[in-house]
Write a protein that binds this ligand. Structure first.
Ligand code: B12
Length: 491
């Protein structure tokens, strides 16, 4: 069967680190490998480079189209893409999957979509293809939301615990033509590698642990080593919590070293308390790359703030983790969350913390109830209707305590104190010195776009343009009955 896999343009990367990151659609590459193993012919298109879904449909004549939906902010674009595919080929079966689709499928339940995948795709997509091939009904394929003449219903429970080694290596050749367009920060081209999936912690803003029931699944050492060895020089590790299993992580570092793997750049994401107890591990990993960055969920500048986010860690761990990582010559990036309920003092506390610990490389996102979290379930029925593209953690979903104008002034000021401000401590020339001459136009373009984050008027204009004009809730009926009426300041 001909299968077409599509990665839509998210539609909204005007704010945040979006312009700094564009990575390959790794989930689709794994699904593509699984489909090929089952004998299907696979085409993949990354619509972020050329947004022409219909042209790809005409060219590849698919019986099945899979569309990925990673982030809640992409729901509208995913539905638009499904409509475009439907118009181009009314008989094609349209399946949507990916993190946001599985965590909260409701916004995708429309006529343009035939089914939504609530599980990993490696097993499920070939199962859907096989059923379509045999002309069978899909009711018995587990892990689907399925459109029928009587509305949407769920097929048997998904496993959500499938083995990550089912497909050892992604089919990276599917989007190889875009390799030089994939980039992270100053590095281009970049490879995305996954060694493990899931997280056992319970941060209130994160939808990952809630989808996977706090589980952590690992790929085999042999598969990961092969993937690293065949990937390029700059690697972003997609794992939700890197170094989670110390024994396995030490074993992996040793196996990579033995294979002679050495990268120009590595980026991993992890927690501060984990770093504090992982000195030996960190020392073992550091020689694997010339530059090695860690993305840390710093989240708040006070213990009270961290406790409010169920972070189960304190600022002492944040400070110690930063010290330890720097001692081992790791670069520290991170993120802080800014609560719409903040007063002026809260902003000042954050600025003071950032300055005191030299955390100007961190980013700042607005605390947002992301679909798939308990926080979302608590407040969703009282968030007024607005575009899902506002769920990019740089928009306000309701009027903040300080009022939108003042909030955005302080939010923009927070970004102005970061290294992304080219009028600040790190000027344009300093950035240019860090890249090869051929990369100067790219980095200049990215930085130029990023300056928008330092302009309160840019945020305010979007807030005014998409601010809810009615009191109709964003979602209602489909939320679990009796969801608690917590949350602050919600419309
Ligand atoms: C890489 C990544 C990014 C990359 C971009 C990825 C891309 N391709 O464009 C970057 C760094 C740019 C990014 C940015 C952001 N991200 Co992001 N990102 C991730 C991350 C860490 C890994 C995704 C990944 O590739 N995993 C590896 C692959 C192999 O797994 P997978 O994608 O889950 O694929 C499997 C299944 O989902 C399924 N599947 C996937 N696609 C499809 C398609 C079909 C048809 C089917 C059937 C199945 C299927 O099968 C696959 C194989 O098993 C996830 C974390 C996560 N666990 O999902 C967060 C995550 C998706 N991001 C998140 C967030 C919040 C953001 C930001 C808003 C953060 C910010 N601070 O600004 C921005 C938004 C940027 C923007 N404006 O577009 C949240 C989304 C929450 C939500 N409910 O919306 C996540 C879940 C992180 C978290 N802990 O909460 N992100």
């Amino acid at each position: 069967m001909n299968v077409l896999l599509l990665r839509p343009h998210p539609g909204n990367d005007r704010f945040g680190l979006g312009p700094f990151f564009r990575v390959e659609p790794l989930g689709l590459e794994y699904i593509g490998a699984a489909l090929r193993a089952a004998g299907h012919t696979v085409t993949a298109a990354d619509l972020r480079f050329r947004p022409a879904a219909a042209a790809w449909v005409r060219r590849s004549r698919p019986r099945l189209v899979g569309i990925s939906c990673l982030h809640a902010l992409e729901y509208e674009r995913v539905v638009e893409t499904a409509r475009e595919v439907r118009r181009a080929s009314p008989e094609t079966f349209i399946l949507v999957g990916g993190h946001a689709a599985a965590a909260f499928p409701a916004p995708l339940e429309c006529d343009a979509v035939d089914a939504i995948c609530l599980d990993d795709g490696e097993e499920l997509v070939p199962a859907v293809a096989a059923a379509l091939d045999r002309g069978e009904r899909l009711d018995e394929v587990p892990g689907l939301r399925l459109r029928t003449g009587d509305g949407w219903f769920s097929t048997p429970e998904p496993s959500r615990q499938g083995c990550l080694d089912l497909v050892p290596l992604p089919a990276r050749d599917l989007v190889a033509r875009h390799r030089h367009g994939y980039h992270c920060l100053l590095f281009k081209p970049v490879w995305l590698v996954e060694t493990a999936r899931g997280c056992p912690h319970r941060c209130s803003f994160c939808s990952v642990w809630q989808l996977y029931g706090r589980s952590c699944r690992e790929r085999s050492i042999a598969a990961v080593v092969e993937d690293f060895a065949t990937a390029g020089d700059a690697v972003f590790v997609a794992d939700d919590l890197f170094w989670h299993n110390p024994e396995r992580s030490l074993e992996l570092a040793a196996a990579l070293k033995k294979r002679g793997v050495f990268k120009r750049w590595l980026l991993v994401q992890t927690r501060t308390d984990l770093i504090c107890r992982s000195g030996e591990l960190m020392a073992a990993w550091r020689p694997l790359a010339k530059d090695f960055d860690i993305f840390l969920g710093l989240e708040a500048a006070t213990d009270r703030g961290l406790a409010g986010l169920a972070k189960d860690s304190g600022v002492a761990a944040s400070v110690e983790a930063v010290r330890l990582a720097r001692e081992l010559r790791y670069g520290i990036n991170g993120n802080f969350l800014i609560d719409p309920d903040w007063n002026e003092g809260d902003f000042h506390d954050l600025w003071e913390f950032v300055a005191r610990h030299g955390l100007q490389r961190a980013g700042f996102t607005i605390l947002t109830p992301l679909p798939g979290t308990d926080y979302f379930r608590e407040v969703a029925s009282r968030i007024a209707a607005q575009p899902w593209s506002n769920f990019d953690m740089h928009h306000l979903l309701w009027e903040p305590r300080l009022g939108a104008r003042r909030f955005f002034e302080l939010y923009a000021e927070t970004w102005r104190r970061s290294i992304l401000n080219t009028s600040g401590e790190k000027g344009l020339a300093d950035w240019m010195r860090q890249v090869r001459p051929a990369q100067v136009p790219y980095i200049a373009r990215v930085l130029w776009r990023t300056q928008r984050m330092m302009k309160p008027a840019a945020y305010l204009a979007e807030y005014e343009a998409t601010r809810p004009r009615t009191t109709a809730p964003l979602v209602g009926a489909e939320l679990p009955a009796g969801a608690p009426a917590a949350g602050r300041g919600v419309a």
